[in-house]
Design a protein around this ligand. Structure first.
Ligand code: 9YT
Length: 129
């Protein structure tokens, strides 16, 4: 049994600033759960180009509002609190948080993220602040 509190992650190496986002890594590869879990803030007014070629990610929005654009078909998917999107096809996409406020997302990755992938921003390419 393990209990992780956000307050204990803040300001540690598991509190990762990606520029357009800040990811608080609650469960990591080393926890041997088979997935990772992050509490991620997407900063208001940003657009981030993301393409996780080696991971599947489910993202559950719990605060804020924005949209995802899947680049294979230019489809726009509105996202708000209570909406989950699953990148079940390694979808290349743009994630936009609207100007009104930050978005807060619970992100689950399979396979779990390692520190290296996060620090190298593997598959994550910010295009606009
Ligand atoms: C929603 C999303 O994927 N944001 C990018 C950061 C990612 N959640 C991470 O590396 O923790």
């Amino acid at each position: 049994m393990k209990v992780v509190k956000l307050e204990d992650v803040l300001g540690t190496e598991n509190d990762v600033d990606g520029g357009n986002w800040v990811s608080r890594r609650l469960i990591n590869k080393k926890d041997n759960m088979g997935y990772s879990v992050n509490d991620t803030i997407i900063k208001a007014g940003t657009e981030t180009h993301i393409w996780y070629q080696n991971h599947l990610e489910a993202v559950y929005c719990i605060e804020g509002e924005g949209e995802v654009v899947t680049l294979k078909d230019n489809k726009v998917w509105p996202i708000k609190a209570g909406t989950l999107y699953a990148l079940d096809e390694h979808d290349e996409h743009l994630l936009r948080a609207y100007e009104g406020g930050d978005m807060r997302m619970v992100c689950v990755f399979n396979p779990p993220l390692t520190g290296k992938e996060v620090h190298d921003e593997n598959g994550v390419y910010p295009v606009m602040e």
